[in-house]
Design a protein around this ligand. Sequence first.
Ligand SMILES: Nc1ncnc2c1ncn2[C@@H]1O[C@H](COP(=O)(O)OP(=O)(O)OP(=O)(O)O)[C@@H](O)[C@H]1O
Length: 235
Amino acid sequence: MENHIISLKNITKRFKVGEGEFTALKDINLEFKKGEFAGLVGPSGSGKTTLLNIIGSLDSPTEGQALVMGNDISKLSHKESAQLRNHHIGFIFQVYNLLPVYTVYENVEFALLLQNYTKTERKKMVMEALEWVGLTDMADKKPDKISGGEGQRVAIARAMVKRPEILIADEPTANLDAENAHIILKMMKKLNKELNTTFLFSTHDEKVMKYLNRMVSLRDGSVEKDEIIAKEAYM
Ligand SMILES: Nc1ncnc2c1ncn2[C@@H]1O[C@H](COP(=O)(O)OP(=O)(O)OP(=O)(O)O)[C@@H](O)[C@H]1O
């Protein structure tokens, strides 16, 4: 079994812009171990989301090799990359994207429908995920009847219900006030410890940075700094 859950070797990403090209990532070399609680930080346009998209198998590098749980992202078929995401990678975004016509319970259950669980198994998993985020009481509510902070907690439950090995959180606190930001960060940190999920953030938020065990600073598509903040990330 390889030592790193994510291994990025000489990753370059270029986008076509009009007649020319724009290099969003330049020769990135990074490795992440299982259970890290790490963040990509850096100014707007430095390449954070582009890099998370490659790790999340939503995009592939122009050059270099991105290995995610041993899978070479560039070599996966459409179906294989969908499978990698459905089973092993959870996503949380700045906007929660809850489906408005469904209840909180159904929104979380949705993440399990592509897998072969029975209804009873799904119920157990969904209620456990709602318990992780303290929302079992709200299972029957529709998204328009809950607050923004609760909405993001549902999004965490939806991302974590399948117990992914990797959780990608792109600016998860951008729409939250300080109190709710701390609430969800504490929840994520607890899940990181209990389930040993690898968390990868993209963030501008100082509050998020305080919780990180490792901070990778990007600038103009390159790694500027890679700091380990707490040794526990490597225990
Ligand atoms: N599909 C695309 N086509 C062309 N350029 C793109 C594309 N996606 C991203 N870029 C460019 O690549 C650069 C990096 O973008 P990216 O979204 O990764 O930055 P970021 O660090 O996440 O920024 P932010 O903090 O604002 O989200 C930006 O200059 C962006 O305009």
